[in-house]
Design a protein around this ligand. Structure first.
Ligand SMILES: [Mg+2]
Length: 222
């Protein structure tokens, strides 16, 4: 269990951590390949294969969440396709109760996301989560990927948090590792990222000191 008396700043990822990643996965793994196949006159299997290669070459870089890049790269209108998956923007179970708990305990709460600000705005408005954050930071504005320890050191200068009393919750193990290297002490790995897929497992054995949860009710004191 987390000792909440020792924590004063909470950094939260958005997609897969607070929100069900089903929305994003449906967009990138189904709607985009479908539109890409139509655009290029190829089979959906071929489109999926080609896109997988494009996606994996951008993993962990600034291109990953750059919608303009992907619209250009795929010849599809990603923002328009995103509209078609709007109904899948869902808050994970116990998220609101967790955010309410943080507010009651007067923690400083920041949303720290790879997503561009217009995507954050689109999702938080649909999910009605906006009111819970002291501020929102996107890696696009900081111009470094969250997978880089440098991102976290830059964020620390902006927010002025004490890494010893800061907690980060994330569904991406590589990002947690980068935050750990930058000195953030309390790390929570959110295993249940997409409600339609099995929970993730930590791959690096050295990361077992991270707190693993399926949902936030597991770290709200009774
Ligand atoms: Mg995430």
């Amino acid at each position: 269990m987390i000792d909440w008396n020792k924590i004063d700043t909470v950094l939260l990822d958005m997609d897969g951590t607070l929100l069900d990643k089903h929305h994003d996965d449906h967009l990138w793994e189904f709607l985009v390949p479908e539109a890409y196949a139509r655009m290029h006159g190829i089979a959906i299997e071929q489109a999926t294969k080609e896109l997988k290669i494009k996606y994996s070459s951008a993993k962990g870089t600034m291109l990953w969440s750059d919608m303009n890049h992907w619209s250009k790269e795929t010849g599809t209108d990603i923002r328009k396709l995103r509209e078609n998956a709007k109904h899948l923007i869902q808050v994970h179970p116990h998220t609101i109760r967790f955010l309410e708990f943080l507010r009651t305990r007067k923690k400083k709460v920041f949303l720290v996301t790879a997503a561009p600000m217009d995507d954050v705005e689109f999702k938080l408005t649909n999910a009605e989560l906006k009111e819970y954050f002291d501020a929102i930071y996107s890696q696009i504005e900081i111009n470094l990927p969250k997978e880089s320890p440098k991102f976290w050191r830059t964020l620390q200068k902006l927010i002025d948090y004490d890494p010893d009393t800061t907690l980060l919750a994330e569904d991406n193990e590589n990002i947690l590792e980068a935050a750990k290297l930058s000195g953030i002490k309390h790390l929570v790995f959110k295993k249940a990222s997409n409600s339609q897929k099995p929970p993730k497992e930590l791959i690096n054995q050295k990361n077992t000191a991270m707190t693993e949860i399926h949902h936030f009710d597991e770290i709200i004191p009774r």
